[in-house]
Structures are given as C-alpha cells and as structure tokens.
Ligand binder design. Structure first.
Ligand SMILES: C[S@@+](CC[C@H](N)C(=O)[O-])C[C@H]1O[C@@H](n2cnc3c(N)ncnc32)[C@H](O)[C@@H]1O
Length: 247
C-alpha cells in the first residue's frame, strides 16, 4: 500500500484530512503559481469564481464548489463515464465517497425510478448537501448515506455497481475495506474505480500523491476481485472495472 491515512473521528478532523489530502490531490494543481504553470506546464484555470486561493479550504461549501466546478465536465466527461459503466434501468449503484453527488444525481436519472443511487460519504455536511440536492431535483431514488471510514453502511447483497471516483486513495486499510465491500454486491455485481493516472501531466495531482493502475489492480486482487475492463478514454484518469473473483 502506498499511502496510509490516519483514522478521522470528528467532522472537523475530517475536513482537516480533506484539506491536507485533497489539497495535494485536486487543488494544488489548480492553484499553482504562474511561475509553476510556466515551468511545469500545469493548468490553473479551474478555480471557481469567488474562492480565494489559500490552504485552509476547510468548509464543505468550498469543497462543493470545487467538485461542482462548471469546467469539471471538460476533463471529467461524466456522460462518457456513465456510458462506459453500462448501467441498466433498475440497477442499484453505490457512489462511495460521493462528495457533493456530482455523479450520484446522474446515476439516479440513468437507473430510473425502479433503481437506486446511493451517495455514500463520511462527511455529514456533504451528505446534507446531497439530501438537499436530491429534494431540489425531486429524485427520490437519489439516496445520500452517511458512512464511517471503515464501513459503507450498505446492506449485504443490495448493490449492482459500486462506483469509486477520486476516492480510492482516501480509503483507510484499502484491501480490508474492499474485501468487506464484496458482501454488499449482489451476484454479478461490479466495482468501478476512476482515478488520476500516476504520471506527470499538465493537470491533476503530482505523481507521488496518486495510486497507479497497477497497484490498484494488485490491491483489488488481494481483496478478492479480478479485473474485467481497463479503459483509457479519459484524458487524465483511468477507469477500471472489477468483479469478485468468486462470483
Ligand atoms: C475527492 S472527493 C471525490 C468526490 C466525488 N467522488 C467526486 O468525484 O466528485 C473524495 C470524497 O471521499 C470521501 N471519503 C473519504 N473516505 C471515505 C470513506 N472511507 N467512505 C466514504 N467516503 C469517503 C470524502 O469525504 C470526499 O467527499
């Protein structure tokens, strides 16, 4: 395992963790100085209007503004991600580390009223934001769920597709976590992981703060899964699909 994250016990410390880890993973490349942009070739044009560049970005409001930034679609390409996920009407999808529900609300629409989209997160303020979002959008199958670091809280044998975007590296004791998560999947269920490539790019976190595809595949194998698809349609991120080895 490349990185270890200490256990977080309070909302405030959760945001400290988010501030330190997510800063490195998402914000730093957005906020690098003009000098770094020139030297390293990073792009810094994703800072939402009204957000003052500083390191203590420790409120849910600020994180939501980042996750929901209008330019995110340019590199995240959520429609393409969803197309590649091959979701069906009636599917139950669990978005682990859902953040502001950026993907969860789209899943809810795709699976329709006979399906469900769980937005699972450990941060109460983000879960509250998703609850308001679901109400605003009148999507009764968009279901935010407060989890703990070690447990998704999802019921056994209840989910068709587990989706993990920009969150796998946050999981503490990843192999155990993913191993335990298998029981949540229905027979034939799948796990999809989307994460930044671990290489120097003009956007995204520095390589040291990322987990490579190879390590993710190896860890997932240890956790009892096998790789079923490995796609490279996103410019900055890999897309991996796994199934339990004993399906
Ligand atoms: C970088 S954000 C990604 C948000 C979302 N997936 C997206 O792509 O917009 C990572 C999220 O994972 C959540 N998180 C971290 N560890 C978690 C865990 N063990 N279980 C559930 N959520 C977790 C954090 O609170 C944060 O909202």
């Amino acid at each position: 395992m490349e990185t270890r994250i200490i256990e977080v016990r309070s909302p405030k410390s959760v945001f400290c963790l988010l501030s330190s880890v997510l800063w490195c993973l998402i914000l730093a490349p957005m906020l690098v100085s003009a000098e770094s942009v020139r030297k390293e070739g990073y792009r810094n044009d994703y800072l939402p209007n009204g957000i003052v560049p500083k390191h203590e970005m420790d409120t849910a409001e600020n994180w939501i503004a980042i996750f929901e930034h209008p330019k995110r679609g340019e590199w995240q390409e959520p429609d393409k991600v969803i197309e590649k996920m091959n979701l069906k009407e009636g599917d139950v999808v669990a978005d682990i580390g859902a953040g502001s529900g950026y993907f969860t609300r789209l899943f809810a629409r795709v699976v329709g009223t006979t399906g469900k989209a769980y937005g699972v997160d450990i941060e109460p303020e983000l879960v509250k934001y998703m609850e308001e979002d679901a109400q605003r959008l009148n999507l009764s199958n968009y279901i935010p769920k407060l989890a703990t670091m070690a447990d998704s809280g999802l019921e056994t044998n209840s989910v068709d597709v587990i989706f993990i975007c920009l969150t796998y590296h946050h999981l503490e004791d990843r192999i155990n976590y993913m191993n335990k998560l298998k029981k949540v999947l229905k027979k034939g269920g799948r796990v999809i992981i989307v994460a930044f490539y671990k290489k120097k790019m003009d956007f995204g976190p520095p390589p040291d703060n990322k987990i490579s595809e190879e390590v993710t595949i190896e860890e997932m194998k240890e956790a009892g899964y096998h790789l079923t698809r490995r796609l490279d349609f996103l410019r900055y991120q890999y897309f991996l699909e796994f199934e339990p080895a004993t399906n």
